[in-house]
Design a protein around this ligand. Structure first.
Ligand SMILES: *Cc1c(COP(=O)(O)O)cnc(C)c1O
Length: 341
């Protein structure tokens, strides 16, 4: 039986072009800023997102943490969505290492609105922490791949600026958002201070994220990266795959989105499941079991028996993610296998 692994788009493997470029990459010691392939990737990333400078970091978690360390002072208040990856899935680095106080705001499908933010930012007072940074996640992972659109971003930026907040975007899947909105990715990040995006999700590179921002911000961020143990040497080998990711892997994300819609449609026909989102916008499908009809244990066993892998992300919720290693037949098989028993 073919195992169909929908746990995450991090399961994607490098393309043959990535392997070729990695093998022939021009490299140097990045500690001396002498790795031309890293420099090229950083410039490419900054340019693509419309910022002055970029920094190649080991992972999305490192990119977000470096951004938090660079933007905030000890005890500053950071506003973020209550199920955001930074708050929920990054080992508490925002508290432990950045020493920031988080203000988690419950949103809808992982998204915040100016109205919600207004309800949480307090007036300056000797009693309050210093309101410092707003973090937004696009697309939202636990929000089922929901997209914050350019017009929504403009309002959020205006709102944050009104409160004197800096803005960091956790754009692990920002290119999924751009493809879904059919806009240049620049339109999704205009007016913010920094963006982190992952090369290793749908874009299929084996390692790394980029942090982009102003030249001044990136110069300070580079020192935090170094302090966290991110001093790289001949890492152009990995950057080479990242360049291929940015040059060749963005447009195909649309295929993942089409398959996710098809998968969601199939899953929604099963009596014991409901799909959490009325509309699947990108490559993530979150379903909720209907507890009267099936237990979580039974549903996970059913998936396992049928050679389907997905991720339980809560007591009643399971996440399916489409990606490059999943084709149309796989989606049909998932629906067939689950429907027939
Ligand atoms: C995956 C992910 C990250 C972190 O990336 P890693 O490379 O796994 O550290 C950050 N934010 C979101 C929304 C993610 O999905």
């Amino acid at each position: 039986m073919r195992i169909i692994d929908l746990r995450s788009d991090t399961l994607t493997k490098p393309t043959s072009l990535m392997w070729n470029k990695m093998a022939s990459a021009e490299i140097g010691d990045d500690g001396y800023r002498e790795d031309p392939t890293v420099r090229h990737l950083e410039e490419l990333a900054a340019d693509k997102l419309g910022f002055e400078a970029g920094l190649f970091v080991a992972s999305g978690t490192m990119g977000n943490l470096v951004a938090l360390l660079t933007h905030t002072q000890r005890g500053d208040e950071v506003f973020l969505e209550a199920e955001s990856h930074i708050y929920y899935n990054e080992v508490g680095g925002v508290s432990v290492l950045a020493n920031a106080q988080t203000c988690p705001i419950p949103g809808t499908k992982g998204k915040l609105t100016p109205e919600l933010i207004k309800g949480y930012v307090r007036k300056p007072s000797i009693n309050n922490p210093n309101p410092s940074l707003l973090c937004l996640e696009n697309t939202s992972n636990r929000g089922g791949g929901s997209v914050t659109k350019p017009e929504e971003m403009r309002e959020l930026v205006k709102c944050a600026r009104g409160f004197g907040l800096k803005i960091h975007i956790d754009g692990a899947r920002i290119f999924n958002a751009a493809v879904a909105c059919k806009v240049d990715v620049k339109e999704l990040v205009q007016g913010v201070d920094s963006v982190q995006f992952c090369l290793t999700k749908g874009l299929a590179a084996p390692m790394g994220s980029l942090l982009v921002g102003s030249q001044e911000f990136i110069s300070r961020a580079a020192k935090w990266k170094k302090m966290l143990g991110g001093g790289f040497r001949q890492i152009g080998i990995m950057a080479a795959a990242g360049i291929v990711a940015l040059e060749t892997m963005i447009d195909r994300l649309e295929e993942d989105h089409v398959r996710a819609k098809k998968l969601a449609h199939g899953l929604s026909e099963l009596p014991y499941l409901s799909v959490c989102s009325d509309e699947i916008e990108t490559n993530i499908v979150i379903v909720e079991i209907i507890s009267e009809l099936i237990t979580m244990k039974e549903f996970l066993a059913k998936l396992a028996e049928n050679g389907i892998m997905a991720k339980d992300i809560g007591p009643t919720k399971v996440r399916f993610v489409t990606h490059k290693e999943i084709n149309d037949d796989d989606i049909n098989l998932v629906i067939e296998r689950l429907s027939s028993k």
